[in-house]
Design a protein around this ligand. Structure first.
Ligand code: SAH
Length: 458
């Protein structure tokens, strides 16, 4: 019956009131009770929506016109936000973005209803003083258009590269460096990759900045082993961009959806970039994972450490460890740290990082979080303290079962996806009470929500 009421075609327009912001940052309204998503629209706004796509359960609309504008609107970054990803909330004033993120977490709990969720204490989102230029790494695609070298991100829904001499979320040093690299590469006339003709050499520039040491690591991703005029390129970089202390080449041949290839060679300079987080210095090889927002990472780790409340009796398991940043930060205060991570290079870095910081009570191993947990239990290790920081998919089912079963006394869950967090809490609440949820804004201007959760064994 209801279905017949909605006789809509693509291109039709109707008035819509926005009720909330959805998990991908779009405005959400209801057209004859059918959920309608409109990117760029804000809660409380009255808009004219133009139909872009019609699905069984929802409509995707385009913001045609705003009839009543929200006082929280900020159109400063509109032009870029319309073109590239990573600015899905940039049209909303920052103080309101923080409220939106808390609400996205509330919506996830409401949807998955883990036991006792009504009583959970959800704190206000911790934001940044200056929520701009925070990303310490730029990974920009390179193209040549009308004899000019450009570098940036793909335009929404296409493989056209948008040149980004400025990007409001990207650290200023990485932008300055990329802009200088563009002109050096143009001067030297080094062939740029052309995806249509599958020809050319330079595909991607990756620049990672160390916030502590104010220097940078460059990786040039190429379509072939050879990099013409390599020596001149390195010389000019040394002269004109002294901040770069390490230059590597990564080879990724042909058209692929992956940005990085398997093979990375150091061309010049230091093997590692170093970054300091809460008193420990970490060595980072070009591909090693590091959080992108160091200022917020420091706050997040401090909250996690505080929630974990570890002591000299703690035997800690740092699951999904990356290069070991969380576990190693705690090593001095606990009896023993065990860590797991599926990427072997990251574990190699974690080991070096332990050594370099004179940490002898850490044991990092390559395998899935659940396999290592099982191994440790088999070895008779009594894990009484647990920290997990899984990817967006959340905890593996078997690991959930094992945690519910073994129930380590102290437990902190760091989540980068409220939906999988809420789903996992459904299981975990069998043996744990959820004490506090602290959202923290690691990615201002985007809809990403990071949450630190304190769990207490029942
Ligand atoms: N705790 C780290 C990294 C978190 S990102 C930090 O704060 O920097 C999540 C990490 O989990 C990634 O490094 C990813 O490679 C790893 N990972 C993904 N699936 C995994 C699995 N099943 N078991 C162990 N690690 C996994």
């Amino acid at each position: 019956m209801e279905k017949e009421e909605i006789e809509l075609k693509i291109g039709d327009r109707f008035p819509l009131t926005i009720k909330k912001i959805g998990i991908n940052g779009e405005g959400v309204g209801y057209f004859k009770r059918k959920t309608t998503f409109v990117a760029g629209a804000i809660t409380g706004e009255e808009i004219v929506c133009e139909v872009k796509d019609i699905h069984d359960k929802y409509i995707v609309g385009k913001l045609h016109k705003i009839r009543k504008k929200s006082p929280n609107r900020n159109d400063e970054f509109k032009e870029l936000a319309d073109k590239v990803g990573g600015l899905e909330l940039a049209h909303i004033k920052y103080s309101e973005q923080l409220k939106v993120k808390k609400n996205i977490l509330e919506q996830a709990l409401e949807r998955f209803t883990p036991a006792g969720w009504h009583r959970y204490i959800i704190k206000d989102t911790i934001g940044m003083q200056t929520p701009l230029h925070y990303r310490n790494k730029a990974q920009f695609q390179v193209r040549k258009i009308n004899d000019k070298v450009i570098a940036g991100l793909y335009q929404h829904g296409t493989h056209d590269v948008v040149d980004l001499p400025e990007m409001p979320t990207q650290s200023s040093m990485t932008l300055v460096i990329i802009n200088k690299l563009k002109s050096i590469i143009e001067d030297l006339d080094i062939p740029i990759y052309n995806p249509d003709e599958k020809s050319g050499i330079i595909k991607t520039l990756v620049v990672r900045e160390s916030m502590s040491f104010k220097n940078a690591q460059l990786t040039i991703i190429t379509n072939s082993q050879k990099l013409p005029r390599k020596r001149e390129l390195i010389e000019r970089i040394n002269q004109e961009i002294p901040e770069i202390i390490s230059i590597s080449q990564n080879v990724n041949k042909g058209e692929t959806t992956l940005v990085w290839g398997e093979d990375t060679t150091l061309l010049w300079g230091e093997k590692y970039l170093q970054e300091t987080i809460n008193g420990l210095t970490f060595n980072l090889s070009p591909r090693a994972f590091l959080q992108l927002n160091i200022e917020q990472t420091k706050k997040m780790y401090n909250i996690a450490l505080d929630y974990l409340d570890a002591d000299k009796n703690s035997v800690l398991y740092d699951a999904y460890a990356g290069v070991g940043t969380i576990g190693l930060s705690l090593a001095k205060n606990v009896k023993m740290v065990y860590g797991s991570e599926i990427i072997p290079e990251a574990i190699a870095d974690a080991k070096i990082n332990a050594e370099q910081n004179n940490i002898t009570n850490a044991d990092y191993r390559v395998d899935t979080a659940v396999h290592i947990y099982d191994d440790l239990i088999d070895e008779g290790v009594d894990i009484n303290t647990l920290i997990v920081d899984p990817p967006r998919t959340g905890l593996e089912d078997d690991l959930l079962d094992a945690i519910v079963d073994m129930a380590p006394e102290k437990f902190v869950y760091i989540s980068c996806n409220p939906s999988t967090l809420a789903k996992d809490l459904r299981e975990l609440s069998k043996t744990y009470i959820v004490e506090d949820l602290q959202p923290i804004d690691m990615f201002p201007q985007t809809p990403h929500v990071e949450t630190v959760v304190k769990l207490k064994r029942k």
